[in-house]
Design a protein around this ligand. Structure first.
Ligand code: NOJ
Length: 569
C-alpha cells in the first residue's frame, strides 16, 4: 500500500507542479491521434502571405526612404552571397499579376506588410508623407478587394526607416513608441476604411534577438543580454499604444481589429515524466511566445523570465534585472491589447534543463538554462532550423488556448522551404508538410482552439533575410534570374487549392487523387522552367547583343565615312 502511494505521488506530483509552471496546460497529454478527415468551420479564412522588404523590390523608387534592411543588405558579408532585396520579386510592379495568382487559388485573404519608409521616408509623420507610397498600397488594397480577397495588413515587418536607427538607435529608444504610433495612425487614417485586420508587429522576437542580440539581422547590433530585452520592452509598449489609438480614435468608425503576430516554435520536454524537463520546455516557449503574449494578455512578463533573468543578473553582480519592469500603470495599459493573436509557427524542438554558468557573460540564450534537441528522424527538407514536426503545432495551439484564455487566433505564417537553389516544382515535401500541419490545426480546432484563419508562408519565393535567395518558401517559384521575375506554380499550389475548395480533408482517397493530380501539373511546369534559360538567352540576344552590334556598326561606318571624305578633300 505504501509503495502504491509513493507511485501515485510520483505520478501526480509532477502534474501538480507543472500546473504551476504553465497553468492548465497538460504537458503529459501528447496523444498524436490519427489523421482526421473532416472540415473546418464555415467562414474559416484561407490565405497566403509575404512582406514588403522580402517581395517588393523598388527599394529606391518613387520617393521611398532607406530602411535598415536596405543599408544592412548593402554591406558586404551580411547576407548569403551578398544578396539584397533591391529587386527581389518586383512585387511593387506586379500587383495585378500576383492577385491573379491568389484569385486562381481562391484565397480568402492575403497577408502583406506596409513598408514604413515607403510612406514616411525618414520615419516621422510630421516631416514628410510620400503620397506615391500611399498610392501603391491604395492600389494593392483596392485590387485585392475588387477580387474578394481580404487584406490582412502588417504595419511593421522589420524594415525600420534607417533615419530612425541612425538618429535614435532604433527600437532601443523609447521615442520609437510615439513615432510608431504616428505611423500606424496614418495607416488607419488612409487605409482603415478598407482594412479591417491589422497586425502591429510581425515576429518581434526576431527584431529583438536577431536584430539587437546576435546581430544576424538588421541593424546588426550585438548587445548581448541587454539589447533584446530593451527592444522588446519598447515594442510591447508601442503595440499597446497603437491598440489604444485604434480603440479610441478608429474602432467605432472602422470596426476592425488590431492584433500582433508572434512566432513560436513548440518546445516538448525530452522526458515528460521529468519535472525539470517540463519546466525547461515551458521556459523555452515562455522566452519566445510568452515574452510578448504574457504582457499583452496578463499585464506582465512570464514568471519564468522574471525569475531566470533576475537570478542571472544578480549572480553577475547587477543591482537590477536586465529584464525591464512594467509599472502598475503600464501593466494595466498593456494588458488586454490584442483583438486577435497572430501565430507564426514552423517547427518544434525537444527541450531539456541545462545550467549555464552566469560568469561567462550575459546572453538571452544562456539566461534560459536549457538545451534544444532535435530527433534525427524528423524530416528537414529546407532551412537548417526547420524540421517538420506536425504534432507540435496542435500542442502549441492548445498551449495558447490554456494560457491566454482561448483568444481568437489567426495563423499568420506556416510553411516550409526547399534547400538551396532547387528548381524542382514538384514539391512533394511541401504538400506533405501542408497536409500534416493543416490537419494538426484541424485537430486543435476540434479541441476547441479558436483558430479563425490560416496563412501559408509564403505566396512567392522571396528574399529570405540573412539567407538571401537561398531558401525558397513560396508556393510559386520565382525565377530571380529572369528579367520579368517569372512566377511558376509548384505542385503545392494545386494541392493547397484543393484543401481550400474542400475547406479541409474529405477522405483519404480524394487526397491521394489531389496529390497525384498536383504532381502531374508540376511536371509540365518543370518543362517551362527548363525552357526559361533559353528564353532569357534569347532576351539577352534581342535586348543587348543586337543593339550593341548595331551601334558599333553605325560608329564604324561614321569613322569610315570621315576618312573617305578627308581623302577626297
Ligand atoms: C518568419 C518571418 O516573419 C518571415 O519573414 C520569414 O520569411 C519566415 N520566418 C521564414 O524564415
Amino acid at each position: 500500500m505504501a509503495q502504491y502511494t509513493v507511485l501515485i505521488l510520483c505520478r501526480l506530483l509532477p502534474l501538480a507542479m507543472c500546473a504551476s509552471a504553465s497553468e492548465d496546460f497538460d504537458w503529459t497529454n501528447n496523444d498524436m491521434g490519427s489523421f482526421q478527415y473532416s472540415t473546418f468551420p464555415t467562414a474559416f479564412s484561407w490565405g497566403a502571405g509575404g512582406s514588403a522588404y522580402q517581395t517588393e523590390g523598388a527599394w529606391d523608387k518613387d520617393g521611398k526612404g532607406m530602411s535598415i534592411w536596405d543599408v544592412f543588405s548593402h554591406k558586404r558579408g551580411k547576407i548569403n552571397l551578398n544578396n539584397t532585396g533591391d529587386v527581389s520579386c518586383e512585387g511593387y510592379y506586379k500587383i495585378k499579376e500576383d492577385i491573379m495568382l491568389m484569385k486562381d487559388m481562391k484565397l480568402n485573404h492575403y497577408r502583406f506588410s506596409i513598408s514604413w519608409p515607403r510612406i514616411l521616408p525618414n520615419g516621422i509623420k510630421s516631416d514628410h508623407i510620400n503620397e506615391k507610397g500611399i498610392q501603391h498600397y491604395d492600389n494593392l488594397i483596392n485590387t485585392l478587394l475588387e477580387n474578394q480577397i481580404t487584406p490582412i495588413v502588417t504595419i511593421y515587418h522589420w524594415d525600420l526607416p534607417q533615419a530612425l536607427e541612425e538618429n535614435y538607435g532604433g527600437w532601443q529608444n523609447s521615442s520609437m513608441v510615439q513615432f510608431f504610433n504616428d505611423y500606424a495612425n496614418l495607416c488607419f487614417e488612409r487605409f482603415g476604411n478598407r482594412v479591417k485586420h491589422w497586425i502591429t508587429f510581425n515576429n518581434p522576437w526576431s527584431v529583438a534577438v536577431e536584430g539587437y542580440e546576435t546581430g544576424e539581422h538588421a541593424p546588426g547590433l550585438k548587445l548581448k543580454g541587454t539589447g533584446a530585452y530593451k527592444v522588446a520592452h519598447n515594442i510591447i509598449k508601442a503595440h499597446a499604444k497603437v491598440w489604444h489609438t485604434y480603440d479610441i480614435q478608429w474602432r467605432s468608425k472602422q470596426k476592425g481589429m488590431v492584433g500582433i503576430s508572434l512566432s513560436a516554435d513548440w518546445g516538448e520536454p525530452v522526458d515528460v515524466s521529468h519535472q525539470r524537463d517540463i519546466e525547461a520546455a515551458d521556459r523555452y516557449v515562455q522566452f519566445s511566445l510568452g515574452w510578448f503574449a504574457a504582457p499583452l494578455y496578463t499585464g506582465d512578463y512570464p514568471q519564468a523570465m522574471k525569475d531566470y533573468v533576475g537570478k542571472k543578473s544578480a549572480q553577475q553582480g547587477l543591482s537590477s534585472s536586465r529584464l525591464p519592469t512594467f509599472s502598475p500603470q503600464e501593466k494595466s495599459y498593456v494588458r488586454g491589447t490584442c483583438d486577435f493573436l497572430g501565430i507564426g509557427h514552423f517547427t518544434t524542438r525537444y527541450v531539456t534543463q541545462k545550467n549555464f554558468p552566469s560568469n561567462r557573460g550575459s546572453s538571452y540564450f544562456t539566461d534560459r538554462d536549457l538545451a534544444e534537441l532535435v530527433d534525427p528522424l524528423w524530416p528537414d527538407p529546407g532551412s537548417e532550423w526547420l524540421y517538420s514536426v506536425p504534432w507540435g503545432f496542435r500542442r502549441l495551439l492548445n498551449y495558447v488556448k490554456s494560457l491566454y484564455g482561448n483568444p481568437m487566433i489567426y495563423v499568420t505564417e506556416n510553411g516550409v522551404s526547399e534547400k538551396l537553389m532547387c528548381t524542382n516544382l514538384c514539391d512533394e515535401w511541401r504538400m506533405q508538410y501542408l497536409k500534416d500541419y493543416i490537419n494538426e490545426m484541424l485537430k486543435a480546432v476540434n479541441d476547441g482552439v479558436n483558430v479563425k484563419g490560416y496563412t501559408t508562408w509564403s505566396l512567392l519565393d522571396k528574399f529570405e533575410w540573412d539567407e538571401g535567395y537561398s531558401e525558397r518558401f513560396g508556393l510559386y517559384y520565382v525565377d530571380f534570374g529572369s528579367k520579368d521575375k517569372a512566377r511558376y506554380p509548384k505542385a503545392s499550389v494545386h494541392f493547397y487549392k484543393r484543401i481550400i475548395s474542400s475547406n479541409g480533408f474529405p477522405n483519404q482517397k480524394e487526397i491521394e487523387i489531389w496529390k497525384r493530380q498536383a504532381t502531374e501539373t508540376c511536371t509540365s511546369s518543370n518543362q517551362l522552367l527548363a525552357a526559361d534559360p533559353l528564353t532569357s538567352h534569347m532576351e539577352m540576344v534581342t535586348e543587348i547583343v543586337v543593339p550593341t552590334v548595331c551601334t558599333v556598326c553605325i560608329l564604324l561606318s561614321a569613322v569610315f565615312l570621315m576618312f573617305l571624305l578627308r581623302g577626297r578633300l
